[in-house]
Structures are given as structure tokens and as C-alpha cells.
Design a protein around this ligand. Sequence first.
Ligand code: NZQ
Ligand code: ZN
Length: 391
Amino acid sequence: MQNFTYYTPTRVVFGKGEVERVGELLRAEGARKVLIHYGGESARRSGLLERVERAVKDQGIDFVSLGGVVPNPRLSKVREGITLARAEGVDFILAVGGGSVIDSAKAIGYGIPYEGDVWDFYSGTAQPERVCPVGAVLTLSAAGSEMSNSSVISDEENGLKWGLNNDICRCRFAVMDPELTYTLPPYQTACGVVDILMHTMERYFTHEKDTALTDELAEGLMRTVMDCGRKALRDPKDYNARAQIMWAGSLSHNGLTGCGTVGDWASHRMEHELSALFDVAHGAGLAAIWGSWARYVYREEPERFAQFAVKVMGCPNDFRDPEKTALAGIEAMEQYYREIGMPTSVRELGHDLNESEIQLLAEKCARRNPNLGGFKTLSQDDMIQIFRMAR
Ligand code: NZQ
Ligand code: ZN
């Protein structure tokens, strides 16, 4: 087991009706002028924005609003937010939405106190030292940005989708009311389920030994999410299923299921190239790639994949042939993806990858991520093979 630092400073306020407490939470943070940041129409249509605005006003806190964040959030919107926030004297950013809105809010938070261009932090040419604080009202269980230290932004002009990980920009609080996710379309619910599973799987496929507790937490989380994913798709207003998924979304990406392990993250980084090129939903992109990645790397340690097959997917254990058990587990996970309406190839995502696109995806990914992959380190050529398999 590796040494680790577990740091999760976000105050979680979870459950029915907790949205009404957002004003009080902002007051406790000392907020005087808030930027309420949101996406398209979903938060307005459901009445959520109005509830949030009322709760903020009731505390005598001033606010300004900026909507229009799109999935795979854009750098141009971030720049717009920075300009607006500076002009208005904003001292706190409240994200009302899913991962894209929270990531955009974090980026604005990085940009406000910085004299240069905020993209410097994402490209790695500068390190952030100060941020304008961010809080979240979560409407989609998926990315885990409400408790993670990440923000992923797309530079749409240059076709880049890059992440920034830094502990100084964790949400101060996250309001999580599972009822807010009742209005999610089935496709988004399923994308979220995949992303949550993947945040734990990226940490689970490791060669680290003696991680019994972390393994059990990860396996329990994955089984719960799969089970509740089915239930939420059957009945979108199943509170308990929505609640388990929502909590799992945060725990899956706040570091808990990776304590003591070395994460892999190849599927994620390769998916980010796919969504940079084709603007696909992140969870669907992950589902399209994962099986190919898994079949390409499982021989590095078939026993680990066999453990996943048995303890997560419920496959019978063939002790004499761990490779067979491993492959059965990969097939079972892909079967689950199909069951919840997710693609298991890029073609099913709606794109027929040609050879030059494959070369481009791999080239960009390898340039951004030399030595990618904790379970198997991938060269550019390995990435080409995986993208071909995922075609
Ligand atoms: O724009 P609106 O109208 O709100 O619609 C959104 C959007 O179209 C809709 N939606 C959200 N809540 C809803 C709802 N529709 C109905 N009812 C609700 N309650 O859902 C659509 C997708 O939203 P988005 O925020 O894009 O989804 P998600 O939360 O999956 O976030 C995806 C982004 O997060 C990044 C991904 O790469 C992607 O850019 N990630 C961020 C991470 C992080 N910061 O830690 C880690 C992840 O691995 C991931 O990379
Ligand atoms: Zn993800």
C-alpha cells in the first residue's frame, strides 16, 4: 500500500430540500457578491434557479447571473465569466449544474485574481496561487467535480480539452439534493453512472498490493452504482436510487476509492481526446473506450481483472484460468453498459473513426500525457492500437 494524503475540505449538505440552505452557506463563507453560474435551460425550467436566487436574496446577498455553459465547457465562456465577475466585484462563485458548470465556475475562480490568461494554468505554463472561492448546487451525479480538485475545460478554437488538478480550487460546499436529478434524461443518467464507475475503476486497476479496505470500498461502490443505475433508469423518481448514485458520484472522485493505490487514468485521458474532437458526452465516450483498453492491458495482471470480475460483476471464479475470468468480467461490464443504453464502440457513439483521426487522437493524447497509465504505461503506438480496437 502506497503512502497517501487524503484531503476533502468540501462541506457536503445532502438531502431533500437542502437547496434552501444555500443562502446560509454563502453567508457563512462571507460572500457579499455572488456569480450564479449555470448551463442551458434545465435549471431554469425546473424552478431551481429561482429557488437559489430567492435563498441568496433572503440572506441579503447581492448576485449577478451567467448562464450558457455547455457540456465540455468552453474557454470562451470562462473568459466571459472572468470579465463579468471582475466588473461586478464578485467575491464568490456559485455553480448550479453538473460537472461542466462546476468546472467552468472553477476556471472563472482561477482567472479572477490572475493578471494573465487563465488558460496558462491549463496548459501548465503558470501555477495558480490564489482563487476566488467556489460552491456548488449539484444537479447531475457524474463528474464528481463537487468534491474533486479538477476542472476540465475545452479550448474550442484549438480543439484542446485539458484538465487542471489543484487543491486550492475545491468547492467550499456542495449542496446535493437527489431530487434535483429526477429531471435528467435517461441518457445523461446512464452517462453519469458510467463516469462514476470509471472514476473508481481508474483507481482500482492497480498493481498495488495490500489495499483490502480500499478494494472493498471500491467494489461496494461499483456494485451499488450498477444496481441503483438500473433502478433510476426504471423509475427516474426513485429517491433512494438517486441518492445512492449522487453520494457515490462524490465518493468516487474525492480520492476515497484510491487511497493507497496508483491510479491508471488512460481511459479518461483518451476519452478527453475523443470529446475534444467530436464533442461527445464524457460518460458515453468512456463506455466506448473502456472495453478496448481493458482487453489491451489485462494481461499485465489478469488476477486483478479476475478479482473485479468476481467481486464486482459476480462472475464465477475459474481459479485455474484467471485470464478467462478476467475476460468474462470485461464482457460483463460491457454488457452492463449496453443494458443501460451506453455505447461500447466509437461507431455506436456516432463516429466512424478513420485512420488519420486515430493517428491524431493518439498523437495529441501522447503529447499531453507522456507515460500515461498506471496499470500499463501506454506509448503512442499502444494508444493507436486501443483506438483501433474501440473503433
Ligand atoms: O445545460 P443544461 O440545460 O443544464 O443541461 C445539462 C447538460 O446538457 C443536463 N443537465 C444537468 N443537470 C440536469 C440536466 N438536465 C435535466 N435535469 C438536470 N437536473 O445534462 C447535460 C450534461 O451536463 P454536464 O454538466 O456536461 O455533465 P457532467 O456532469 O457529466 O459533466 C461533464 C463534464 O465534466 C468533465 C467532463 O470531461 C465533461 O467536460 N469532468 C470533470 C471532472 C472533474 N472536474 O473532476 C472529472 C470527470 O472525469 C470529467 O472529465
Ligand atoms: Zn470522468
